[in-house]
Design a protein around this ligand. Structure first.
Ligand SMILES: *Cc1c(COP(=O)(O)O)cnc(C)c1O
Length: 367
């Protein structure tokens, strides 16, 4: 679909480059896996992956097979780990040289069976262990059986072993996180002693990379940090802003005292007010909790707060004290602080604000 929406998400590749280098340095000599799932957190997966490939990222991580296929179709050659590989898609994975993360005895047995059936030899796979998040992963007690299954076949090759931290951003959970690292270490030692494959070990997301050098192992998995968000305000300051969302004023109207605006008449003017209509709504990712004066946009450097309810395709903002005209530029956000502010208002996190920017919004990439 061609995209001529005037509401645009601008992606800054120079900022991405800075963030990648900054986080890579934090991880000392560890390899890097760039997480580009969910359209690279709503940004531009192909351009972002192409840029990171130039910077010699070691691996890409996606959640599902389709996301990896899209990268392959656009010329990405770097190994791709499919974090949430599903049994139904094993065929697609091997057709596109995608590497599955196997996380249960069922998925491991199914892949070994599939690999045998297709006469694969040493197909690269990854193993995920549960160390306390209690999401995907083999349980510690299954380690022996995992070793047994792998020892009996040469259809697959273990290229990495991973786990995932539950609260790496939360310093109050330091003890729990340290415990997760210990548990994972024990599993890794057992696997190393029984398996010949010289696998890579990884456990840290962005905040694990920042907060727990002990959890770097041989590789770190970088997601949100690449896109400009650290695990606290101080770290975020070290990162550059990658995503800026902007629009223009479609119409300006004056509302008389006593008149209401937008759906359900959520706002009634107490005095004469000037309102601007902006072509961005909840279907674009401007979430409804930002309506009724809670969220704002910036016009000519001044904050214009929302008026009334957010609609599907547009918002209304108060411009009574702002000198502006139809067609003028509107900044929704161009700094991480505003995204964090929106996240707080919406009772969510920066991740969701970014990934919620729908595919209807035009993406433009700046070098
Ligand atoms: C999404 C994801 C990451 C990236 O996490 P960030 O906090 O965005 O750095 C890393 N590992 C796994 C398993 C993930 O699902």
């Amino acid at each position: 679909m061609n995209n001529h929406h005037v509401t645009e998400l601008e992606i800054n590749l120079t900022a991405l480059q800075h963030n990648f280098t900054y986080l890579k340095n934090k991880a000392n000599n560890a390899k890097t896996l760039a997480v580009v799932k969910a359209f690279a957190y709503g940004l531009e997966p192909i351009r972002i992956a192409t840029e990171l490939e130039k910077l010699k990222v070691d691996y890409f991580g996606v959640a599902y097979a389709d996301e990896g296929i899209e990268l392959r179709k656009n010329g990405i050659k770097t190994p791709i780990l499919v974090l949430h590989a599903q049994i139904q898609n094993y065929k697609l994975l091997i057709q596109h040289q995608l590497e599955p993360n196997l996380y249960s005895l069922a998925t491991l047995k199914a892949f070994i069976g599939f690999a045998k059936q297709h006469q694969l030899k040493e197909y690269p796979i990854h193993l995920k262990f549960n160390s306390g998040l209690n999401r995907l992963g083999f349980n510690v007690e299954e380690t022996q059986e995992v070793i047994q299954l792998i020892s009996e076949t040469n259809s697959i090759k273990i290229v990495s072993v991973m786990s995932h931290l539950a609260a790496s951003e939360d310093i109050d959970e330091k003890e729990f996180t340290e415990q997760q690292i210990v548990i994972f270490n024990t599993i890794v030692i057992q696997l190393r002693s029984k398996l010949n494959d010289p696998f890579v070990v990884h456990m840290s997301n962005t905040s694990g990379t920042i907060n727990y050098p002990k959890a770097h192992f041989n590789m770190v998995r970088l997601g949100i940090g690449l896109y400009g968000f650290g695990n606290n305000a101080k770290e975020t300051k070290q990162l550059k802003n990658v995503a800026s969302l902007q629009s223009t004023i479609s119409q300006i109207r004056t509302i008389k005292k006593g008149e209401s605006v937008s759906y359900n008449r959520a706002f009634t003017a107490k005095k004469e007010e000037k309102i601007a209509i902006i072509p961005i709504g909840h279907a674009d990712g401007f979430s409804r909790p930002l309506g009724c004066g809670k969220g704002h946009v910036t016009i000519h450097g001044k904050k214009a707060y929302t008026v009334g309810n957010v609609c599907m395709d547009m918002i209304l903002v108060n411009i009574t004290d702002i000198d502006c005209k139809e067609g003028d530029q509107v900044i929704v956000f161009n700094h991480q602080e505003t995204v964090e502010e929106f996240a707080t208002i919406c009772n969510t996190i920066s991740y969701e604000i970014l990934t919620a920017i729908s595919q209807r919004v035009k993406r433009i990439v700046k070098c």
